[in-house]
Design a protein around this ligand. Sequence first.
Ligand code: FES
Length: 165
Amino acid sequence: MTEPTRRAVLRTGWKVGGALLFGAAGYTAYEALSPLSTGAAGGKITVGAPSNFSNGSATYFTDGRFYVVNAGDHFFALSQKCPHLGCKIPFCDSSGRFECACHGSVFDLAGEYVKGPSPRGMDRYFMKLDGGNLVVDTGVSVSGPDRGTKTYFTPAKGPGCVGKA
Ligand code: FES
Protein backbone atom coordinates (compact mmCIF):
# COMPACT_ATOMS: atom_id res chain seq x y z
CA MET A 1 0.00 0.00 0.00
CA THR A 2 1.36 3.42 -0.94
CA GLU A 3 1.39 6.35 1.40
CA PRO A 4 -0.93 9.24 0.44
CA THR A 5 0.78 12.22 -1.06
CA ARG A 6 0.75 15.57 0.66
CA ARG A 7 -1.45 16.90 -2.14
CA ALA A 8 -3.99 14.08 -1.64
CA VAL A 9 -4.15 14.74 2.11
CA LEU A 10 -4.69 18.47 1.56
CA ARG A 11 -7.35 17.83 -1.09
CA THR A 12 -9.24 15.51 1.25
CA GLY A 13 -8.88 17.98 4.12
CA TRP A 14 -10.40 20.79 2.09
CA LYS A 15 -13.34 18.58 1.11
CA VAL A 16 -14.01 17.52 4.69
CA GLY A 17 -13.66 21.09 5.96
CA GLY A 18 -15.98 22.39 3.24
CA ALA A 19 -18.59 19.76 4.07
CA LEU A 20 -18.45 20.62 7.78
CA LEU A 21 -18.73 24.33 7.06
CA PHE A 22 -21.68 23.77 4.72
CA GLY A 23 -23.41 21.62 7.32
CA ALA A 24 -22.87 24.17 10.08
CA ALA A 25 -24.18 27.00 7.90
CA GLY A 26 -27.26 24.99 6.99
CA TYR A 27 -28.00 24.11 10.61
CA THR A 28 -27.56 27.73 11.69
CA ALA A 29 -29.96 28.94 9.00
CA TYR A 30 -32.48 26.26 9.98
CA GLU A 31 -32.32 27.20 13.66
CA ALA A 32 -32.69 30.91 12.93
CA LEU A 33 -35.55 30.70 10.47
CA SER A 34 -37.51 27.54 11.19
CA PRO A 35 -40.96 27.80 12.71
CA LEU A 36 -41.34 26.75 16.31
CA SER A 37 -42.94 23.37 16.74
CA THR A 38 -44.71 24.38 19.93
CA GLY A 39 -45.57 27.51 21.83
CA ALA A 40 -44.07 28.45 25.14
CA ALA A 41 -43.82 26.03 28.02
CA GLY A 42 -47.20 26.84 29.52
CA GLY A 43 -46.05 27.89 32.98
CA LYS A 44 -46.02 31.10 34.96
CA ILE A 45 -42.78 33.03 34.83
CA THR A 46 -41.91 35.90 37.16
CA VAL A 47 -39.99 38.48 35.15
CA GLY A 48 -39.40 41.18 37.76
CA ALA A 49 -40.68 44.59 38.77
CA PRO A 50 -42.05 46.95 36.12
CA SER A 51 -39.28 49.40 37.00
CA ASN A 52 -36.77 46.89 35.57
CA PHE A 53 -38.15 47.57 32.10
CA SER A 54 -37.36 51.03 30.82
CA ASN A 55 -39.72 52.84 28.51
CA GLY A 56 -39.13 51.70 24.93
CA SER A 57 -37.40 48.46 25.89
CA ALA A 58 -37.97 44.89 24.74
CA THR A 59 -36.48 42.19 26.97
CA TYR A 60 -36.31 38.60 25.81
CA PHE A 61 -36.95 35.66 28.14
CA THR A 62 -35.54 32.39 26.88
CA ASP A 63 -37.51 30.26 29.35
CA GLY A 64 -40.89 31.21 27.93
CA ARG A 65 -39.70 32.41 24.53
CA PHE A 66 -41.40 35.78 24.85
CA TYR A 67 -40.54 39.45 25.10
CA VAL A 68 -41.61 41.82 27.83
CA VAL A 69 -41.97 45.28 26.37
CA ASN A 70 -42.60 48.68 27.89
CA ALA A 71 -44.44 50.78 25.34
CA GLY A 72 -45.00 54.11 27.05
CA ASP A 73 -45.50 52.48 30.45
CA HIS A 74 -47.91 49.96 28.97
CA PHE A 75 -46.44 46.50 29.53
CA PHE A 76 -46.95 43.51 27.25
CA ALA A 77 -45.65 39.97 27.07
CA LEU A 78 -45.30 39.19 23.37
CA SER A 79 -44.84 35.74 21.87
CA GLN A 80 -41.75 35.48 19.71
CA LYS A 81 -43.70 33.34 17.23
CA CYS A 82 -44.71 35.20 14.08
CA PRO A 83 -48.48 35.04 13.40
CA HIS A 84 -47.71 34.52 9.70
CA LEU A 85 -45.93 31.17 9.53
CA GLY A 86 -44.37 30.86 12.96
CA CYS A 87 -40.80 32.08 12.55
CA LYS A 88 -39.00 33.56 15.52
CA ILE A 89 -39.28 37.35 15.40
CA PRO A 90 -36.16 39.22 16.49
CA PHE A 91 -36.29 42.69 18.01
CA CYS A 92 -34.38 45.30 16.02
CA ASP A 93 -32.64 47.75 18.35
CA SER A 94 -32.04 50.36 15.67
CA SER A 95 -35.71 50.66 14.64
CA GLY A 96 -37.22 49.72 17.99
CA ARG A 97 -39.50 47.29 16.18
CA PHE A 98 -39.96 43.59 15.75
CA GLU A 99 -38.92 42.50 12.26
CA CYS A 100 -39.49 38.98 11.00
CA ALA A 101 -36.67 37.92 8.69
CA CYS A 102 -38.69 35.14 7.06
CA HIS A 103 -41.11 37.20 4.97
CA GLY A 104 -40.68 40.74 6.20
CA SER A 105 -43.53 41.31 8.63
CA VAL A 106 -42.90 44.27 10.93
CA PHE A 107 -44.54 45.07 14.26
CA ASP A 108 -44.18 48.09 16.49
CA LEU A 109 -42.90 47.91 20.06
CA ALA A 110 -46.32 46.89 21.38
CA GLY A 111 -46.51 44.12 18.78
CA GLU A 112 -49.07 45.93 16.65
CA TYR A 113 -49.00 45.16 12.94
CA VAL A 114 -47.07 47.60 10.79
CA LYS A 115 -46.55 45.80 7.47
CA GLY A 116 -45.93 42.49 5.75
CA PRO A 117 -47.91 39.27 5.28
CA SER A 118 -48.77 38.70 8.95
CA PRO A 119 -52.56 38.50 9.40
CA ARG A 120 -52.44 40.38 12.73
CA GLY A 121 -50.20 41.79 15.41
CA MET A 122 -47.99 39.65 17.63
CA ASP A 123 -49.78 37.31 20.02
CA ARG A 124 -49.66 38.21 23.69
CA TYR A 125 -49.50 36.29 26.93
CA PHE A 126 -51.53 37.13 29.98
CA MET A 127 -49.43 39.11 32.45
CA LYS A 128 -50.33 40.41 35.89
CA LEU A 129 -48.70 42.24 38.76
CA ASP A 130 -48.19 39.97 41.75
CA GLY A 131 -46.38 41.19 44.85
CA GLY A 132 -44.71 43.99 42.92
CA ASN A 133 -43.47 41.68 40.14
CA LEU A 134 -44.81 41.05 36.68
CA VAL A 135 -45.80 37.42 36.17
CA VAL A 136 -46.33 36.07 32.66
CA ASP A 137 -48.68 33.13 32.20
CA THR A 138 -47.46 31.39 29.05
CA GLY A 139 -50.45 29.06 29.23
CA VAL A 140 -52.83 31.91 28.41
CA SER A 141 -52.21 33.54 25.05
CA VAL A 142 -54.36 36.09 23.29
CA SER A 143 -54.34 36.58 19.53
CA GLY A 144 -52.54 39.70 18.45
CA PRO A 145 -54.50 42.84 17.61
CA ASP A 146 -56.12 43.14 14.19
CA ARG A 147 -54.31 44.88 11.38
CA GLY A 148 -54.92 48.59 11.59
CA THR A 149 -54.87 48.68 15.38
CA LYS A 150 -52.71 51.59 16.47
CA THR A 151 -53.56 51.83 20.15
CA TYR A 152 -49.96 51.89 21.34
CA PHE A 153 -48.34 52.72 18.01
CA THR A 154 -44.71 53.72 18.21
CA PRO A 155 -42.90 55.08 15.16
CA ALA A 156 -39.60 53.55 14.06
CA LYS A 157 -36.77 55.25 15.89
CA GLY A 158 -34.22 54.52 13.18
CA PRO A 159 -33.28 52.26 10.29
CA GLY A 160 -34.64 48.72 10.23
CA CYS A 161 -32.63 45.52 10.47
CA VAL A 162 -34.50 43.66 7.70
CA GLY A 163 -34.75 45.81 4.60
CA LYS A 164 -36.41 49.13 5.26
CA ALA A 165 -38.73 48.92 8.24
S1 FES B 1 -43.19 33.96 9.27
FE1 FES B 1 -42.93 36.03 9.82
S2 FES B 1 -43.42 37.10 8.03
FE2 FES B 1 -43.70 35.02 7.47
